[in-house]
Each structure stands twice: as C-alpha cells, then as structure tokens.
Design a protein around this ligand. Structure first.
Ligand SMILES: Nc1ncnc2c1ncn2[C@@H]1O[C@H](COP(=O)(O)OP(=O)(O)O)[C@@H](O)[C@H]1O
Ligand SMILES: [Mg+2]
Length: 267
C-alpha cells in the first residue's frame, strides 16, 4: 500500500467538500402508499452536507420506505426530491448512484463467500484489457479502508463470511463511500452489533461527516442517536413530526415524538 498515494484512481476524500450545512438532499411533501396503507404522508426531510441526520421512529413509521424512495427503489406517489437545490427524479438505484447516493441496508447485501475486495467491487468490477484489474481494485479497496481507518481486518483478501459483525458493517460502509458518494443512507447500522463494534461503526459515521458527506442514519438506539447525530428527524405513522438540531432534544422528548407524534406529551 506504500504507493497508494501516487496512483489515486478511485475515491477522492475531501474532494470539493462543501461547507457543513449546505443543502444536499431535500425531500418535500413526499407521499407513498401501498394499497390501502399510506406509508408516507406529506414528508419533508433535509439532509445537509457535513452533518449526520438521525431518522427515528417506531416500527412501521416509514423509515425504510422513505429511505427506499431516496435510494430509487420505490417511486413516491406525491412530492419532490431536490438534489443540491434542483428537482430530480430518482427512478432506480442506478440513478441514485449517479447522483452520489449510496445506501447500506439492514441486511447488508454482502456475499459471504467473496473476499473484501470482491465485495467492494461487486457489479462494478474494474477491467483492464478485458480482464479484471485485481491490482487496481485491491489498491483502491485498501486505500478506502485505510482512509476510513478501518484497520482491524487482517487481510482484504479474506472472505467476508469470516469477519465480525462490526467489520462486515465497516466493509459495507466503505463500499458505499468508495464511489465518490455525497450522501450515505444507513439503515440500522448498529442493530446487530455489540458495544465495541458499535463504537467502531459510529466512529466511521463521524468520519464520513467530517469528509463533508451528508449522512442519514436510521436508528432505534437513542444512545447511538445522541452520540452521533447533528440533527434528529422523527417519523410517526408516516408523517414527519419534527426535525431539528440534536441539541434541541433530550431522550425523553425524542421518545415522546416516536411514541405519540409529540401530541400528548407534557413537554
Ligand atoms: N413493499 C411493501 N408493501 C406493502 N407495504 C409496505 C411495504 N413496505 C413497507 N410497507 C408498509 O409501510 C409502512 C412503513 O414501513 P417501513 O418503512 O418498513 O417501517 P420502518 O419505520 O419500521 O422502517 C408499514 O406499514 C409497512 O407495513
Ligand atoms: Mg425499517
């Protein structure tokens, strides 16, 4: 990895990092139903650059559906998505990837039998003269992991099935940011992790933010939320009941919004 700095072909950390807080993605009045189920109603959400936004809400609140609308897996019935201030139609995950939106899903979608490099380049393999360019892929994977300080994996040629939960999650996140991404969506990244591994992943989330990416983290865990979030947004029965700076909340208030939409609490 010693010459990694010389041949930088892939990711560009800090490339054109905008001032923190600049609007990157804005969701406006989004609606989505499945048959009779109104999964999202009139949802607004701001995801600024250089900030971590925690998306909270009880089971069934619409967190995953909202994420999938942004990621191009679902099409909203109403409303608009603005990317860097301009209206966009994100009709497929490919559209999302073109804009610089990457998603890490709950189930991770890593292939256990493939090694770390193969996973990071899955379906985006780098070719040279019609053959896989293993050297370039290995170098870029190593560089991305190193730049994110994912240092606990012993070899990037080890199968993903042999990694711990935290390492797997780190590889999934590194894979997501390797493609010059500008917005990373993480659905419950720490749900299956122990204390040490959770810390590792939250550190990684902070590093993405410090690079100027917009980050959205879905989490049930209020410890994680308060540890890492700059902003908190709460969905309740498919409606966005509040979004504000994390400093405007305490745990009790977030729980109140999550469980009642904030209407019957005492403040
Ligand atoms: N593919 C689907 N088909 C039908 N209903 C769905 C589908 N995906 C989600 N829903 C419904 O939309 C609502 C929000 O779900 P979801 O976004 O998964 O909640 P969560 O906040 O737990 O992630 C739920 O009522 C769920 O049953
Ligand atoms: Mg969900």
């Amino acid at each position: 990895m010693s010459d990694a700095n010389v041949a930088r072909a892939g990711a560009q950390p800090n490339a054109a990092a905008p001032p923190a807080g600049e609007a990157r993605l804005q969701v406006r009045a989004l609606g989505k139903h499945f048959g009779a189920v109104q999964a999202l109603s009139d949802v607004d959400l701001d995801l600024p650059a250089g900030q971590v936004t925690a998306l909270c809400g009880d089971n069934g609140a619409g967190k995953t559906v909202l994420t999938k609308c942004i990621a191009g897996i679902f099409q909203a019935d109403q409303g608009q998505i603005l990317w860097e201030g301009k209206p966009v139609h994100i009709r497929s995950p490919r559209d999302a990837a073109h804009l610089g939106i990457e998603t890490v899903y709950q189930d991770l979608a890593l292939a256990d039998n493939l090694d770390i490099v193969q996973n990071m380049f899955l379906a985006r393999e780098r070719l040279r003269g019609g053959l896989l360019d293993e050297d370039a892929m290995e170098r870029d994977a190593a560089e991305t992991l190193a730049s994110l300080r994912v240092t606990t994996v012993r070899s990037i040629r080890q199968p993903v099935g042999s990694l711990s939960g935290g390492q797997r999650q780190s590889v999934a996140v590194a894979k997501a940011v390797m493609w010059n991404s500008k917005l990373v969506l993480l659905d419950e990244p720490t749900a299956a992790l122990g204390v040490v591994q959770t810390k590792m992943v939250l550190d990684l989330v902070r590093r993405l933010r410090d690079r100027g990416l917009a980050v959205m983290v879905i989490s049930h865990n209020l410890n994680d939320v308060f540890e890492v979030a700059d902003r908190i947004a709460v969905l309740y029965l498919g409606r966005m009941v509040i979004q504000d700076a994390a400093s405007a909340f305490d745990r009790q208030r977030v729980v109140q919004y999550m469980t009642s939409g904030g209407t019957n609490g005492s403040g």
